[in-house]
Design a protein around this ligand. Structure first.
Ligand SMILES: [Zn+2]
Length: 205
């Protein structure tokens, strides 16, 4: 199937698996599934295609009737996350090797603030300067987490996560392991380290 059509299917469905609601803006873990399979005369048209994540795609029944029932039975995609990650590590071992799997950014579901996803890669966007300012302000001032979050239109929890996000150092996290990513760092190690130090002093959980 041509990528153009695939992209049309994914964007129509909001890059969301239509069974488990898993969202993957990089589309690396999504499949365009045929409702009527090609062997039964189904064609490559938008109306015959539906977005599924690779797991829901794996288990999808072939017959159209069973498939529509399958599609109707919604499940909570977060429950599948355990399997997603083990699936990644399997494909990592068997197919691509860890580095290139990271490089393809297949684990990236959503770009953190300061980055956008272009061709499945993280690229610093127009907010990347704001990230530096946030880290600097947090370090230099006694601004509260709530205030800092407010300034960037974020929740305190989101801000907490942002201030600890090693993506900004060019790292990728995967299966609880960290490794060098292929994307550009927004922050230098020193500023990031000082912020982690301050977080520690503040005793954040
Ligand atoms: Zn799914």
């Amino acid at each position: 199937m041509e990528n153009n059509l695939k992209n049309k299917v994914f964007s129509r469905d909001g890059f969301t698996c239509q069974k488990c609601n898993f969202i993957d803006l990089s589309a690396s873990d999504l499949e365009a599934h045929h409702i009527t399979p090609k062997v039964f005369g189904g064609s490559d048209i938008l109306d015959n295609l539906v977005t599924l994540c690779s797991i829901c795609h794996n288990y999808a029944p072939d017959s159209e009737k069973l498939f529509l029932k399958y599609l109707d039975e919604k499940i909570d995609g977060t429950i599948l996350n355990t399997f997603r990650y083990s699936q990644y590590s399997i494909s990592r071992k068997t197919k691509t090797g860890m580095k290139s799997s990271f490089a393809k950014g297949r684990h990236i579901a959503k770009a953190p603030k300061g980055y956008k996803i272009v061709n499945k890669m993280l690229i610093p966007d127009e907010n990347s300067n704001e990230i530096k300012q946030i880290f600097q302000e947090f370090l230099d001032s006694s601004i509260s987490l709530t205030q800092l979050a407010k300034k960037s239109n974020m929740t305190p929890t989101g801000m907490k996560k942002l201030l600890r996000n090693t993506t900004y150092l060019g790292k990728v996290r995967f299966d609880n392991k960290e490794s060098d990513g292929q994307h550009e760092a927004i922050l230098d190690q020193q500023l990031f380290g000082q912020v982690q130090q301050k977080i520690k002093q503040l005793g954040w959980s």
